[in-house]
Every structure is written in structure tokens, then in C-alpha cells.
Design a protein around this ligand. Sequence first.
Ligand code: UFG
Length: 325
Amino acid sequence: MATVLITGGAGYVGSHACKALARAGHTPVVYDSLIRGHRELVKWGPLEIGDIHDRARLIEVMNRHHPVAVMHFASFIFVGESVEKPDLYEENIVGGTRTLVEAMAAAGVDNLVVSSSAAVYGNPARAPVSEDEPCRPVNPYGVSKLKMEQLLAAAQKSHGLAWVALRYFNAAGADPDGETGEWHDPETHLIPRVLDAALGRDAAITINGNDYPTPDGTCVRDYVHVSDLADAHLLAWRHAVGNREGAAFNLGSSRGFSVREVVDAARKITGRSIPVVLGVRRDGDPPVLVADSARARSILGWAPQRSDLASQIEDAWAWHLKMHK
Ligand code: UFG
């Protein structure tokens, strides 16, 4: 049983990974600034408050807890914000990861699993998109995630870092036991915003454009359950340890749903009326993003359990009701 350092462990995907690690008998040590994370979501191991840019603090924490691996979730996540503030995203994602890798080298920790994103593909010519497609990001968030992967490849050569980058498509849902879930401020993601409209916290859900080249004109995304993402991190860790290489894997359900389909599914599951208004396109939105996750399934042995759309909306709804009752 091992200790694993979880940067951003007080956040959405990171907290689910902590639960998955604890369930498997490991100790997740959370390293989080709590600027965007939430202390209340740190339930499965100790919390060390610190910034991802603080090299000395990272080394001190690693020297005290002796993690055998690091899972790196500490990252800004908003595509729209990255368009407005590209330097902030470069600094946070590329600069933060560079500092982390330097600290790991100093502390003698050489296994790393990181959160990457479908955003590295930009506007891919194919759906589903496999890892063999060229990476041509169309927003600063995707550019920074791609640079982060390149930085890890360099670190592998220079000091033998074994790493896996997991390219999430659209993380959704919540812990089926209701112990953690999505908690962003502000919330920009589709499913929680649709549920806000279902609860009456918002008057309506605004659809960001209906003139895309898709069957109903709204954007198509591949929603993948956050608990399935968490499980993939344990498999990726094992892969890094066993193969001593660097690799990237897509994580998605391999099925696409349009914004309208998500709203319709949420109406059925919640039994509430969900008013819709039509808005304009959001900057940086590709029309269709669907994962080919065959590589994660065959090489990592990843087998998503709750990544059908209904389970994701059901779990998100249960969490939403708990948070906002
Ligand atoms: N959408 C709406 N109305 C809303 C919110 C979203 O129509 O109120 C639309 C978006 O425009 C998009 C789709 O619903 O077409 C999904 O949007 P999300 O914001 O839920 O997710 P994104 O696809 O924009 O972003 C996700 C991750 C990012 C990641 C990106 C990769 O949340 O962290 O995928 O492309 F960078």
C-alpha cells in the first residue's frame, strides 16, 4: 500500500481520484492551494496547503510523506478564461507542471500521471478521434496542455521520468455515493448548468449556438463519468511504473451527444421542465469532440462503468440536489 501525492486533490476529478486510491488501500496526500479547490472535498487523506508554483514547499511535502508517485490535477480548466488570459494559463499549466517536475526530481519521485485534455486536438477532422490524430489546439487551454505533455517527454529523456497523460473528454457526473462531486465557481459546464435550470436556480439554459455542422446544429461532446476517470488514474500509475515510458491516452465514452440531447435527457431524469434560450457561439468551441478510447481499454485495461449519459446525469443530479437543497 502506497502514498501518492495528489495535486489539486481538493478539486473535482482530483477528489474522486483520492476516493479511488483510498478504496484500493492507498494514502492520497492532497496538495492544493484551495484557491479553486474546496477543503470539504478532502476526505480520504491529509491536506497540505500549497501552491503549484512553490518548488520548495513541494519538495518539503514530498520529503515528509515519501510518495511513490504523483497525480497532477492542479490546473485551471476554463477554455473561455484561457482565451481571455492566455498567459495565466501558460503560467498555471506549463509553468506549474515544470515546477512540479523539478520538485519531483529533487525529491527522487519519478512516476507521474497528469490530467490532459481533448482540447489538445483542437478541431479534429475525425470523430471519434484517436491518439494518432495530429494535435492542433485551437485555444490557449489546449495549447498549454499540449506544451505540458511535451515538457514531460523532455523530462523523461533528461531524468527518466515515467509519465502518463490522460486526455479527458467531458468529465461529468459525481461520486455515486454522493461523497464528492462537481463544485466550480463560476460553473460554466453544460450538465451542472442544465441542472441549475432544472432546479430553478437559473431561469433557463442558454444553448451556445445552433448553427454548427452537426445533426441538430448544437455542439456534440463525449461525456465520461468522473469516477471512471478516477479509476483510469490508478491504471495509468501502474502503467507508468511497469513500462517506464511516457504515453498519452484518450478517456471518453466513445459516444457523442449534442447539447440538445443532453437537455432532453436531463428533462427525463429530473422530471423537471428545463427552459432553453438560444445564445451565440462560444469562442473556442469545436463542433464535435468524440473519443476513440480503444488504446486506454486495451493497454491500460480501462473499463468504464458509469459513462452512459443517463448514469452521469443521475449522479450529477443527486449531487446537485444535495449541494443546493
Ligand atoms: N454549453 C452550452 N451552454 C452552457 C454551457 C455549455 O450550450 O451554458 C455548451 C458548450 O458551448 C459546449 C458544450 O455545451 O458546446 C459542452 O460545454 P462544457 O463547457 O460543458 O464543456 P467543454 O466541451 O467546453 O469543455 C470540456 C472541459 C474543458 C476542456 C474541454 C476540451 O470542461 O476543461 O472540454 O475541449 F478543455
